[in-house]
Design a protein around this ligand. Structure first.
Ligand code: TXA
Ligand code: MG
Length: 330
């Protein structure tokens, strides 16, 4: 099987195509579709057999829960058994958009979706194709990033085709993802809201609505409260990745003719490498380019990817988190 690729206008997707694709979801099939963060691999979240196919296609372990995508707040409330006042304020501020809320689940969501946990991740994506597809299907859509387990998330339909093209039926192409890294996962089931995964909405933005929100931070190994299944090594290219500050980068680059070098902003004069990539100096624009850059450099056949470490500021948290994981050895 090779996946069929269908292009859709991200601002005005053809409703006939959406109907056809919604029918695939209704009979339990898998569909890759764009969201504003990364491409997702979707299936009917209310049907355990359909959800099982997601785990199978990705090679994802069953202890890693999936996010359920909805088309409205009203729809989200059908899957959450509690809806605190804070959820209203957060969804008003950030939905549709890259924020996933963890809330106690209702029984309609099979345990397979949440990896046996009593809470479910809910997200209303901003991408028009994603939202309209959910509306047409009139189903909650479970969707992890549309990549093989442990590899770099896809931000184009081509990335999906390379990773999963032989394992799924259909890929909707809506062009490159605008945000470029995954949603922020915010757990609302405890005493205070906890960011389990930094992402498209910053902690600072969340704290404007919920000043008491904290960062889960740390790693599973350190016993920190992070999302289950958030393996340390994740989002990782096959090529080894090293994160270095600029002084170290300059030092190592003397001997880097077989390596790709990724700088933050313009590269220093005289820096030589097999491939040189200058990334935007702004965290949002950097995030939007990150995965495509990693995919590209991974395909380029270099021995190593050397990446300049971004500043330790909160602004860079989500990008730094992904880079750290890319650089962590298996
Ligand atoms: O931006 C995104 O969130 C993308 C797009 C497709 O929406 N999806 C995505 O899914 O990144 P995935 O499966 O690659 O990552 C989901 C993250 C994981 O870290 C998982 O552990 C966490 O969300 N998560 C999902 N459900 C959870 C739950 N019930 N409790 C705690 N963490 C949960
Ligand atoms: Mg993922």
């Amino acid at each position: 099987m090779t996946a069929r690729l269908i292009s859709l206008n991200p601002h005005d997707p053809d409703p006939r195509v959406l109907d056809e694709v919604a029918a695939i979801l209704r009979r339990g099939g898998l569909v890759a579709f764009p969201t504003e963060t990364v491409y997702g691999l979707g299936a009917d979240a209310s049907k355990a057999e359909a959800v099982a196919r997601i785990f199978e296609a990705k090679g994802r372990p069953a202890d890693n829960p999936l996010i359920v995508h909805v088309a409205s707040v009203m729809m989200a409330k059908r899957y959450a058994s509690e809806w605190p006042e804070l959820a209203n304020r957060l969804t008003e501020a950030f939905w549709p958009g890259p924020l996933t809320l963890i809330l106690p689940k209702r029984p309609v969501i099979p345990d397979l979706v949440t990896a046996g946990l009593p809470a479910v991740g809910l997200r209303l994506p901003a991408n028009e194709i994603a939202r309209k597809l959910i509306e047409h299907a009139d189903l909650p859509i479970a969707a992890p990033s549309a990549n093989l387990y442990m590899s770099v998330s896809p931000t184009t339909a081509q990335h999906v085709a390379i990773g999963l093209g032989e394992r799924i039926e259909l890929i909707l192409d809506g062009g490159p993802c605008a945000v470029g890294i995954e949603s922020t996962v915010l757990d609302l089931t405890g005493e205070v809201p906890v960011v389990l995964r930094p992402g498209g909405v910053s902690l600072e933005q969340i704290q404007r609505i919920a000043p008491e929100a904290v960062l889960g931070g740390g790693t599973v190994e350190e016993g920190a409260r992070v999302s289950p299944g958030l393996a340390r090594r994740h989002y990782a290219p096959k090529t080894p990745v090293r994160l270095l500050d600029r002084a170290m980068l300059l030092h190592v680059a003397r001997d880097a003719d077989q390596a790709a070098i990724v700088t933050l902003g313009p590269a220093p004069e005289g820096l030589r490498a097999a491939i040189l990539r200058e990334m935007p100096g702004d965290p949002s624009r950097y995030a939007a380019a990150l995965y495509a850059t990693l995919h590209q450099l991974d395909e380029a056949g270099v021995r190593e990817i050397l990446i300049e470490r971004p500043p330790a500021d909160m602004d860079w948290l989500a990008v730094s988190d992904r880079l750290q994981r890319a650089a962590t050895k298996a």
